[in-house]
Ligand binder design. Structure first.
Ligand code: NAI
Length: 334
């Protein structure tokens, strides 16, 4: 019996979280869900979108499945997502981007794993105004931060039987920060001679990903490039509705979809829960529940492959609930 924190979140969060919970429960894996509310609605009552009780629950359970949480743009409270990653030192953000038959995409055979550094870079949030007409934000890279994410990418590649790691940077311009990241990647790559290594400047990387995404395998990137390039990769394989993710630290892990709270479609039974379900698959693999993980992935693949029973973002007519019912029904056929 596992005890897992479930944070439904804002916007479409509760709908996709509930869908994923139902699906995981249907596999028979025994989980007690510790449901914890965080997000916009908490501010009135708790004065913060991230109440202490949520952090306590994650600290105790060591594993969480989380829905998206709204972050106001340009003003207001800081991102709850960034706060959680910092609080628990979840330094590795792992985002698979894979083409599934049935999901409309311009490409075939894309199977990329994005390993994004999750705690440093411009996301350290050290920024301030200089008078009224200038602003400064500090880009922080540490040797420890670069080493652990690059090592994580190589270890992941080895464990998953992957062939190549590409380190993405802009070391031609930012010679201290990105330069350090690149030099450390080059040093560490020498310890993994079974894995091919290459490096690429981030702008060239974007062009190459759009032209030939099949050529890439594991990408390792600093925080900001990782954030942007992982959305680009989500776009290569059918969009945000199908892009899952995991935030991993030394002994705590939070699994969440790449997409946000999609406020314009919230509460309308329109959200595609696939991304959150695939985040659940990553969570089950992390727990060692490989059979349940494979079953869910196969059921999703089968339903999407048929192309008929999909949500409106993929050109279908099913609502979130009906799509989830269909996946659960398919579990017994795979
Ligand atoms: P978004 O991902 O919420 O939406 C972008 C577009 O994709 C919208 O058209 C939306 O309707 C669509 N979309 C997203 N997820 C979908 C799904 N599951 N099914 C069908 N369509 C889907 O990004 P946006 O609009 O930039 O952000 C909205 C809010 O979410 C912001 O406050 C942002 O800060 C927050 N956010 C939170 C994240 C998290 O909690 N991890 C990640 C990204 C954004």
């Amino acid at each position: 019996m596992y005890r897992i924190t479930l944070v439904p979140g804002d916007g479409i969060g509760p709908e996709v979280a509930n869908a994923t919970k139902r699906l995981i429960d249907a596999t028979g894996v025994k989980i007690t869900w510790d449901i914890q509310d965080a997000g916009e609605n908490m501010i009135k009552e708790h004065g913060t979108p991230l109440p202490e009780s949520v952090k306590e629950s994650i600290k105790n359970n060591k594993i969480a499945l989380k829905g998206p949480i709204t972050t106001p743009v340009g003003t207001g409270f800081r991102s709850v997502n960034v706060a959680l990653r910092k609080e628990f030192d979840l330094y590795a953000n792992v985002r698979p981007a894979k083409t599934y038959k049935g999901i409309p995409s311009r490409y075939e055979n894309v199977d990329i794993i994005i390993v994004r550094e999750n705690t440093e870079d411009l996301y350290a949030g050290v920024e301030h105004m200089i008078g009224e007409d200038a602003a400064e934000s500090i880009k922080i890279f540490t040797r420890k931060g670069c080493e652990r994410i690059i090592r994580y990418a190589f270890e992941f590649a080895r464990k998953e039987g992957r062939k190549k790691v590409t380190a993405v940077h802009k070391a031609n311009i930012m010679k201290c920060t990105d330069g350090m990241f690149l030099n450390i990647a080059r040093e560490i790559s020498k310890e993994y001679l079974d894995i091919e290594f290459e490096d690429m400047i981030v702008d060239a990387m974007c062009m190459n990903l759009v032209q030939n995404p099949e050529k890439y395998d594991v990408l390792v990137l600093p925080n900001l490039y990782g954030d942007i390039v992982s959305d680009l990769c989500a776009g290569l394989v059918g969009g945000l509705g199908v892009a899952p993710g995991a935030n991993l630290g030394k002994d705590i892990a939070i699994f969440e979809a790449v997409h946000g709270s999609a406020p314009t479609i919230a509460g309308k039974n329109l959200a595609n829960p696939t991304a959150m379900m695939l985040s659940g698959v990553q969570m089950l693999r992390y727990l060692g529940e490989t059979e349940a993980a494979n079953k869910i992935e196969k059921a999703i693949s089968k339903v999407l492959g048929e192309g008929k029973y999909v949500t409106s973002d993929l050109g279908g007519q099913l609502g979130t609930t009906e799509f989830t019912d269909k996946i659960i029904e398919t579990l017994s056929e795979v």
